[in-house]
Ligand binder design. Sequence first.
Ligand code: AMP
Ligand code: MG
Length: 710
Amino acid sequence: MSVFDTVLAVDWSAAKRKPPRESKDAIWLGVARGGVAEQQIYCRSRQEAEAWISSFLEQEQAARRRVLAAFDFPFGYPRGFARRITGSDDPFALWHWLEERIEDAEDGSNNRFDVASEMNRLFAGTGPFWGKPHQARWPDIPYRKAGIAYTDVPERRRADLAAKAASSCFQLFFNPTVGSQVLMGLPVLQRLRLRHKAAVWPFENIAAAQIVFAEIWPGLIEPAVKAAMAASGPEEIRDRVQMRLLSQALSRLPADELSEMLAAVPEEAQEEAWILGTGHDDRLNALAWDKPGGLTPPPLSNDCFALPAGVDWTPVDDALALLRDRLGPVTGAETVPLADALGRVLAEDAAAKRANPPLPNTAVDGYGFAGGRAEGPHVLPLVPGRAAAGVPFGGTVPEGSAVRVLTGAALPDGVDTVILEEDVNTDGSRIAFNGPLKQGANTRKAGEDVCAGERILPAGRVITPADLALASATGLARLTVRLPLRVGVLSTGDELVEAGEPAGKGQIFDANRPMLLALIRQLGFVPVDLGKAADDREALRAHLDGAAAQTDVILTSGGASAGDEDHMSALLREAGAMQEWRIALKPGRPLALGMWQGTPVFGLPGNPVAALVCTLIFARPAMGLMAGAGWQEPQAFEVPAGFEKRKKPGRREYLRARVRDGRAEVFKSEGSGRISGLSWAEGLVELGDGAAEIKPGDPVRFLPYGSFSM
Ligand code: AMP
Ligand code: MG
C-alpha cells in the first residue's frame, strides 16, 4: 500500500464564485484512503477551498496520518523566470512574491491581470504572459501569443513537454488555460505550506514530512476519466470524476512505485517543478480504473446466481450452464503496446494493418528469373548485383537472365521463380541447372500468410507470445485489451492466523488465502489481498464494503453455510442478494453466491480441498467470462484407473489424483481437510453424477491442474 495514509487531490480554478449547486469548472477536491476514493468536495470559492484544505490538513495531522496533497497546476515557471522577477532562482521566493501581491475577493474578482502586467514589464518586448478577456484592457498583456519571442525565458517547462501538457503557464486566458490558476493558486499554497509545515516536492526533501505537496496533471489519466464518464452519463461532473479517479490512483500506488516516481526528477525540476507520474500514464490509468456502472458493460443483477426453484441438489452441469448464460465481461478496455499485452484479454477483434509477407519474396537462397523451365538442362546469364532481405535489387531482370537472391528478399522486377542454390552450378557469370521447375517455385506470394485487413485475433483471445509475433508482423504496435479482472480474496474465521504469526491453541494457519491469491495470479487476474475477517458480522460487513469498491469479484472462504457463525451467507441474505448453492458435488458444502454492492461474491466453503475444487469448477470459468475471455472448459483426458472405487449416485465427485505409469492414482484419503493431498495431486479425477463401480484399468476422466491454468 501507499506510503501515504491519505491522498487529497485538488482541481484548482481561477474562476469567479460558483453557484450553490454543484457545477463544473469549480474547485473540486478528492479524498482517498487505502485505495478507495472516499469523498469529493465541491468548493464555491478559493477562500472556501483554502479553509477546507487547511482544516482537513489539521485534522489529518492530529490523527498522525501522512498526507499527499496533489494540486493540478504548475508549482514553478520555466527556468530563469523566478530570477527575473525576484532576483533568485528559489521558487519559493516567487511564491512569496505572488502571495504579497495577489488580491482575491470572496466573489472571485481579483487582480491577477494587474500582477501579470507588472511581471511582463520586467521583460523586454512583449510577454511572456498573454491572453485576457478584454482586448483593450491591460496594455502590458498581449491579447494573442503571436509576436512573443520567448528568448529570455522558455515558453514551457521541461515538465510540460514531458507530460505533453496542453497549455503554458504564461497563457492567462482562452481554453485550455492554466496560467491564471497558477497565479491564483501559488499564494494559497504559500500560506498552506507555512501554516502546516508541508514539504513541497520536488523542491524540498519529503522523506520526513507528514504533509507533502505535489504537482499533478489530470490529463495523465484522461483515458480512465473518459471511460468513467462514458459509464456514468452526461449528468456527471467531469471535475468530480477526475478528482475521484486521481485520488484513487495515487492512493493505490504501491510504496515502491510511488517512491520511484518521486525520485525520477530531472535537474531543472529544482526550479521549474515536476508533474508527479509523468511517463507512468498507463500505470496510473490502470490504478485509476473505476468499476464501470450504469451503461457499460451490462451490470450483473442481484439474482444472477439464482438456481432453478424447487430443486434440492442442483447438478453441476446445470449450475455451470447458468453461470455461462448469465455472466459476461465486466471490465473496461485500454490500448497497450505489444510488450504489455502478453496474457491480456483482447477487447476487440484485431485486424492486420499490412499483409504478411508484404511483398512477394524468395523462400530460399538461390537464383531468380521469370517463368518455369521444362525438363532438361538450362543455362542462363547472370545480371550483376543481388537481392537480399531488406536490400532490394534496384533494376529489372531481363527475360532469359537470372539474378542472385537471398532468403526473404523481395522478388526483383522480372522475377517470379527461384531455383535453389544447391541445384545450380555457376561460374560467376552464368548458372546451369536441370529442369523441370514450376513457375513460382520457391517464392512466397504477397499476403499468402495474412492479407491486409484480415482479422488476425478475435476478441476474447488471451494473448500468447505467438500472437505478439503475428500482431507485430502485420504492422500492429498496440492492442486494445481489457483491464485485468481484479479478484479479491478474503478468509473468514476466528480460528485463523497468518503463517509466521504465533498460533494459540485452537487456532490454525490460513491456508486458503495464499492458495487462492496465487491461483488468481496464475489465471492472469489481479489478486487483491483482502486479509481475513473474524466471525463478526460488522467486521465482515466493513471488509466487504471496502472490497467491493476495489474489486470486480470477491472470493471468500469459510462461513458460507447456514450455521450461527456463518456470517457470509447471513450478510448476503440481509443484502437481499444471497443464493444458497446446494450443488450435487463432492467435495463441497453449500456455496453462498451473491452480490455485494454490485460486486459478485463467491462464498466458498472453508475446507481448503472444497475451496479449491469449487474455485476451479465454478469460480474459474465464471471469472473467465467476467474478464472477457469467454467460457473456458478444462481439457480432460481419458486414462485407465489405477484405483478401485464404488460410487453412489447423486453427486459428481472430484478426487485428488495424478498419473503414474499411464494410470490415474488417487490420494489415499478423501477427507476434505487433507491439504497434503491437494499438494500431492497433479489434477483431479472427475466421476460422473451417476453410480459407478470403478476397477483398475477402467477409463476415467483426468483433469490435470494445468488444464485449469494452475
Ligand atoms: P467453515 O466453512 O467456516 O465452516 O469452515 C470449514 C472448515 O474449514 C473449518 O474446519 C475451518 O477451520 C476450515 N477453514 C476455514 N477457513 C480456512 C482457511 N482459510 N484455511 C484453512 N482452513 C480453513
Ligand atoms: Mg468458519
